[in-house]
Write a new protein. Structure first.
Length: 79
């Protein structure tokens, strides 16, 4: 079994990519919930619920994206 060495440059790039995309995804999720609640005059509580739902979807998308990136970059095992 060959020992794998960590490519630090690639690891830093993947972490930076994850942070950038996560901030954008959660920003869009929160803004979308706020905008829809305001546009449809649904109130603050529904706005917060929409923000929460959209944030869950954004979190799911972020987890899937990072799994795929790590698999392509060979940083996790072949599952």
């Amino acid at each position: 079994m060959a020992v794998r060495r960590t490519n630090w440059r690639t690891l830093i790039m993947v972490i930076s990519l994850g942070i950038l995309i996560a901030v954008e995804l959660f920003g869009v999720a929160l803004a979308s919930g706020w905008a829809l609640a305001g546009l449809l005059d649904l109130g603050h509580v529904v706005g917060y619920v929409l923000m929460g739902l959209f944030s869950v979807v954004a979190g799911y998308a972020m987890i899937n994206l990072m799994r795929r990136v790590l698999k392509v970059e060979h940083m996790i095992g072949d599952n």
